[in-house]
Design a protein around this ligand. Sequence first.
Ligand SMILES: *Cc1c(COP(=O)(O)O)cnc(C)c1O
Length: 495
Amino acid sequence: MMLCYKSTRNSELRVSSSQAILKGLSSDGGLFVPEKLPVLEVSMDALKGMTYQETAYAVMKQFLTDFTEEELKACINKAYDEKFDTEDIAPLAKVGGTYFLELFHGATIAFKDMALSILPHLMITAAKKNHVENEIVILTATSGDTGKAALAGFADVEGTRIIVFYPKNGVSRVQELQMTTQKGSNVDVVAIHGNFDDAQSKVKAIFEDQELAKELKEKGYQFSSANSINIGRLVPQVAYYVYAYGKLLANDEIGDGEEVNVVVPTGNFGNILAAYYAKQMGVPIGKLICASNENKVLFDFFETGTYDRNREFVLTSSPSMDILVSSNLERLIYLITGEDSDKTKELMAGLKGKGSYSITNEMAEKLKDFHAGYATEEDTTDCIRRIYQETGYVIDTHTSVAAYVCEQYRGKSGDSRKCLVASTASPYKFAKSVMMAIDGKYEASDDLELLDELHRVSGVDMPQAIQDILDAKVIHTLECDTDKMQETVKALLKH
Ligand SMILES: *Cc1c(COP(=O)(O)O)cnc(C)c1O
């Protein structure tokens, strides 16, 4: 059966899954959502014995119905291969009664690899199906993790080019080296003299420039986005929640049908929405616990029913969650309006105009599956240290935000269901913050100096991604002013 996608801002519009992946965002500014959330066809019993790739296929085929079995399996096999340092792809670690779902075993050691290693393959397959002849140019502005994961995913993928812009002084040393040493004949990395917001808004403007689009089309190019609003990123993320549940069953950690709570460190609301989709598909998930850092706009939303971005932006030690507009929340809003695209459009206009909107009581009633909490910088640091001292397990700052909120929820709610924490980055990626949390004596050292020390303390081997940047040559040194970004894109596309 064919599953179509409609826009959250126009329920009349219908596109196929491959068209939704190619377009990224609907032209009315809305996000693509499945017409109906599918019910998982594979039985829990069968799930127990399935590999990650098999589980991914079982989930994705129900969402991406205009891809053939052969196409989808080819995409999955190209994505989830030796780039991951474990055959499990997303292994579970049981630490002090909590299950950490480690989503950082891919090429760039953060959870964005789970989706960005498959998106390029989905996109070129979608391009072929829709007879797109142009080369697809991915333009991305990054605050660190997305850029590298997208570069690694798209590098040397035929029929694509990728250009990543990052703020020259706005990313960690490890993150910068990860990007500037990226190999591949179709990749370009540009440091801009400005902050992430400047880069982001300029990229959006380039996307919206119809004249430029026309000019590039004549040269055989068209733009697309690897941003987390692309349905081609959301769907692959549903798979690891289904997989994790199967593993808990297979390992006799839970009984048949037993509910588990899922805790997710949240920024753009993509990862937790994938868990919600898994629940809607029939996976026995109890509460969806949304964990924020000090940019706690989502916590306030779930508490009060008002989403308000008018506040100070805080730079925290979990930078990938430093975000005030959580784009994927729009998909949940659409569901709780009863799939009312006019109402959704009105609320989103409020967000764009005055920076806030409020939901009705009736809508709030439909959010009962969610619980929200947040961790301050001190809570985050304390939690890393405490878990390390009690168990020897070292977690990164983002995961710590979730681990803290998980503990807090357990203590307050009396809910004794088991908890699955989404572990979104390797501690190696944020070595300095992690080591500082464990012991203040590391204050004077930088990220790179602390890698060996982290190895000693955690007993975890240094990931290949880190070894690679230590040996690699810096390839990309291009810099530009923010107002020269468009010219830079044109110049890069000349050759
Ligand atoms: C992107 C990111 C997050 C936030 O995920 P969302 O899907 O945007 O909510 C959390 N942790 C890490 C390490 C990330 O890179």
